[in-house]
Design a protein around this ligand. Structure first.
Ligand SMILES: Cc1ncc(COP(=O)(O)O)c(C=O)c1O
Length: 398
């Protein structure tokens, strides 16, 4: 049986492979949030946003400006830090539409969270200027953009703080990054996790690798152990369980805050995540993501009923070093998305908009949350996975 398509990076022996000399010279100097002078690790991107807000020491109840196009894990940390989300609209390129922010919002806001959507970064020069004029701190959300250049600066260097989600780029169970090019980071006083959590973290990585047959030499024995583990689980629970490739699927309904799983924001990241973050090479991650992104562009460019969201998708600018997803605008998005999800394709949509998010005239965010499908293009999706997903989209649309 074919292993399922992985929803996130998977550990394999090749993750440790050093680049050959030609690739090394090209990719060793790539800009990354990880290279900012001040940095500290967290359990997740959402934890990093929470701690960025804590570092700012804003008065409780201050407004924090957030985009209307968001995933709930961008909003939950604001509420947990004791602040009030207040929303701005976005322009067609995903940058904040500064005209959508009212004078009252600007006066009452203490911080603004600005993401580089999909791993396609843009210059934040204008946003930075606006924040400075209004004495608002800028948190640059690099959850989708660990690597890249954002106009005149490297990604992460525009913000008072930058936040990143390492588990979206590296095969680690949980890890985020809080960094800054401008301000030292005060100690976060994170709580160490126990032996059980560390062991579980290691087993989760290995389990995922075995499910996807990535640890050559250990796959057979690993599968046997996995089957025994599943059989025990089934007996204990008295019902069927099947291995899942997904570490980041979110519940489809229910209350927003519990679904955001914020319980570990004050924990220190697992030792295995930190160790792998230090040891894993980055060149293959970058190369494979670019290949997958460009393959999507090539396969879907002329398909009727959909279009690449970003106009320059078939070239990938030199600013966009490692895309996170291929964003695809689909006219009949509800039907296509539900069909794709039903069959387990690695695609998602930000359609769970936090209650109270306003409808702003001319805002691209509102349309994106319905029409934009985010097609994962991470390094552990094979060429065949991309082709199958694109073919499924074409089949549904035709
Ligand atoms: C733009 C953005 N910011 C922050 C986050 C939170 O990152 P994490 O899942 O590591 O908590 C996400 C998660 O999907 C995201 O897409």
């Amino acid at each position: 049986m074919q292993p399922p398509m992985p929803r996130g990076p998977v550990l394999g022996w090749d993750c440790f492979k050093r680049p050959n000399p030609a690739e090394k010279s090209e990719l060793d100097t790539f800009p990354s949030v990880e290279l900012l002078p001040h940095k500290t690790y967290t359990t997740s991107g959402r934890a990093a946003i929470y701690h960025a807000l804590r570092q700012l020491q804003l008065v409780s109840g201050r407004l924090v400006l957030l985009p209307t196009y968001h995933c709930p894990t961008m909003v939950a940390p604001v509420l947990l830090a004791g602040h009030q989300p207040s929303y701005y609209g976005i322009a067609a390129n995903g940058l904040p539409n500064l005209d959508s922010i009212t004078p009252d919002q600007a006066r009452l806001a203490g911080a603004m969270l600005v993401p580089h959507y999909f791993g396609i970064p843009h210059s934040l020069a204008e946003v930075r200027r606006w924040c400075d004029e209004h004495h608002i701190a800028l948190i640059e959300d690099c959850a989708h953009t660990l690597f890249g250049r954002a106009g005149e600066r490297n990604v992460g260097a525009w913000g008072d703080f930058a936040t990143a989600s390492l588990s979206k780029f590296l095969p680690v169970p949980e890890a985020g990054l809080l960094a800054s090019g401008q301000r030292p980071i005060a100690p976060l006083n994170l709580q160490e996790q126990g032996t059980k959590a560390h062991t579980k973290g290691c087993l989760d990585i290995v389990e995922m690798a075995i499910v996807h047959e990535r640890l050559t030499g250990l796959n057979t024995i690993g599968n046997a152990i996995l089957n025994i583990k599943l059989a025990i689980k089934r007996i204990l629970r008295g019902k069927n369980t099947t291995p899942t490739a997904s570490s980041n699927c979110r519940p489809e309904s229910g209350d927003f805050m519990p679904a955001c799983d914020m319980a570990r924001i004050n924990f220190a990241p697992l030792g295995i995540s930190l160790w792998l973050t230090r040891k894993l090479t980055r060149h293959n991650i970058i190369r494979r993501r670019r290949e997958n992104f460009l393959l999507y562009a090539q396969l879907l460019n002329n398909q009727s009923g959909c279009r690449p969201l970003m106009p320059d998708s078939n070239t990938l600018s030199d600013q966009c070093i490692a895309p996170y997803v291929f964003p695809l605008w689909v006219d009949d998005a509800d039907r296509v998305y539900h069909e794709l999800r039903l069959h387990g394709y690695p695609v998602f949509r930000w359609d769970r908009i936090w209650p109270g998010t306003p409808i702003i005239s001319g805002d691209a965010g509102q349309q994106w949350s319905r029409h934009v499908l985010q097609l994962l293009c991470h390094q552990d999706l094979q060429e065949l996975d991309i082709k199958k997903t694109a073919a499924a989209i074409q089949h549904i649309l035709n």
